[in-house]
Design a binder for this molecule. Sequence first.
Ligand code: FE2
Ligand code: FE2
Length: 200
Amino acid sequence: MANTDTNPSQSTGMTQPTDFVIDLPAIRQRARENLSHGAVTANYQADRQAMLRLLNDALATELVCYLRYKRHQFMSANLGGIHGFAITAEFAQHAAQEQAHADWLSERIVQLGGEPDYDPAQLTAHSHAEYVAGHTLEEMVEADLVAERIAIDTYSAAARFIGDKDVTTRRLLEKILQEEEEHASDMSDFLQRLRVNVSK
Ligand SMILES: [Fe+2]
Ligand SMILES: [Fe+2]
């Protein structure tokens, strides 16, 4: 049977259509409709409500992580020890970055016509990561490493789930994911140093 699945440009020397072709009059017409939807156009490929739930769960996760790092920042300052000062500074930096992640997610939620949920009563129910108080430096760093690893897995899964349906949201989650991987790496380094120190 003849293979009909050939590339015309290779088999016949004809050029493939390479121009970016769009129905501009239709796009212009649609852009003028439903102006109250803001950034969400008729071509939006994702399930908007599902995307808002996903983003609000991520927001809850970031807020819980922010709160946990803030406790660790202030509690570690009193624990001192050979790594105390450096760990306190790291906790403070991570807290600030988790807060920034929360802001980015809220901004996207509003762009999609939703409402960011800051209700404290809802946070732990929706957060992927847990709030672990921690009483020693090692307990704190271990709790943060676990939370970062949970965030890495959930952001990776969310990015794969979204695919090309909402590129902006996927890229936002990937940007956050990159910082969570840096956080996990930082916490892993500190945990190893603390354990080496304890075993001496
Ligand atoms: Fe984060
Ligand atoms: Fe993080």
